[in-house]
Design a protein around this ligand. Structure first.
Ligand code: NAD
Length: 259
């Protein structure tokens, strides 16, 4: 379905981004990965999932740095092709009350979770417009729609990302380019594992009990969303069937925002 297209997935060395990259490669797209940690392992995982001989590359741009983002976009264009599918997924979390919130952490969260999507989008759009086709997927969160205590920067960034999604969708509404946001609830990735670990340590709980409590507070299904389920939603949003899905913030959250 995505044969010959080029996909760039930011923050795709683990978790949701890696699963989306695998799904897009399975659909026949060339994929550029990005993110920290074991890049070789991520490349291998995507190569194992791909259909055919599609290219799989990795670029280590720090998504908090506009110059590095520019280098990532230039690398993608030069080594793989102009970006057809842009998945803005890189994200970090920091939890503290507003009055204690570390100022450097605030700036990093806004830069990585929000501003990086502005930079990748502004740099990808001219090529998408030329080809009159594109898919921009912003991995926001339920926290793009509702808030939780202690997550001021994350909630502000994700609400901002949902707003940005709508504006880009309007600016591209008469073209073959769509822009949408995906809003997951709890997914047991390294980002959430840290929160499970913190709860287990603070309250002296076993891991399983910390996970159960985390789910019980917010997610009515009492089950984690999986990266593979989110990747299937991303695949659908890239399909022709989704050509008129524009500017939405689609939840996959076990009922979190239905409450
Ligand atoms: P994760 O920690 O598994 O993955 C984050 C990825 O981003 C990694 O590849 C990491 O290397 C990369 N990254 C972090 N900082 C970066 C930087 N400065 N530059 C480039 N890459 C960077 O987390 P995840 O849960 O898969 O999160 C992916 C996205 O999904 C994030 O935007 C997150 O906010 C969102 N999300 C996650 C959940 C959840 O429950 N896990 C829920 C809703 C939304």
């Amino acid at each position: 379905m995505l044969n010959g297209k080029t996909a760039l997935v930011t923050g795709s060395t683990s978790g949701i981004g890696l699963a989306i990259a695998q799904a897009l490669a399975q659909q026949g797209a060339h994929v550029v990965l990005n993110g920290f940690g074991d890049a070789a392992q991520a490349v291998q995982a995507v190569q194992a999932a791909r259909s055919g001989d599609t290219l799989v590359e990795h670029h280590p741009a720090d998504m908090s740095d506009p110059a590095a983002i520019q280098a990532l976009m230039a690398f993608t264009e030069r080594h793989v092709g102009g970006v057809d599918v842009l998945v803005n997924n890189a994200g970090i979390q920091h939890v503290a009350p507003v009055e204690d919130f570390d100022v450097v952490q605030w700036d990093r969260i806004i830069a990585i979770n929000l501003t990086s999507a502005f930079h990748t989008t502004r740099l990808a759009l001219p090529g998408m417009r030329k080809r009159n086709w594109g898919r921009i997927l912003n991995v926001a969160s339920v926290h793009g729609l509702v808030a939780s205590s202690g997550k001021s920067a994350y909630v502000a960034a994700k609400h901002g990302l949902v707003g940005f999604t709508k504006t880009v969708a309007l600016e591209t509404a008469t073209t073959g380019i769509t822009c949408n946001a995906i809003c997951p609830g709890w997914v047991l990735t390294p980002l959430v594992q840290k929160q499970v670990d913190a709860r287990a340590a603070e309250r002296g709980l076993p891991q399983r009990e910390a996970e159960r409590q985390l789910l019980a507070e917010k997610q009515p299904s009492q089950a984690f969303v999986t990266p593979e389920q989110l990747a299937a939603m991303a695949t659908f949003l890239c399909s022709e069937a989704a050509a008129q899905v524009r500017g939405v913030a689609w939840t996959m959250d076990g009922g979190w925002t239905a409450q």
